[in-house]
Design a protein around this ligand. Sequence first.
Ligand code: SF4
Ligand code: SF4
Length: 102
Amino acid sequence: MEEIVSKPIDEITWREIEPGGVITEAGNARSYHTGSWRSLRPHYLEEKCIRCWRCYIMCPDAAISPDFTNNRMVWNYDYCKGCGICAYECPVDAIEVREEGE
Ligand code: SF4
Ligand code: SF4
């Protein structure tokens, strides 16, 4: 492993910055509960939902899935990081993004 650069921040070049986002093992996404990062939370407005599945397809964390038994979408908040993409992509505004804890 290379030595960690230790010099004033304004003297560090981009080539010396430590790489981030390194995946050390395949298939480890389940180990990281990205929901703990969340400051915003999507709220499902079921009565407006037309079951187009767009939110399911667009969620980068696979935190939304269709519940066939109850004919609705369900969120897994352990992995939803609150990015708001689902709300942005929903064609009928059936998802509202609110402050966490609201
Ligand atoms: S807010 Fe982002 S991470 Fe959470 S369910 Fe929507 S698209 Fe997925
Ligand atoms: S994108 Fe909106 S309308 Fe489509 S399934 Fe998701 S919540 Fe329902």
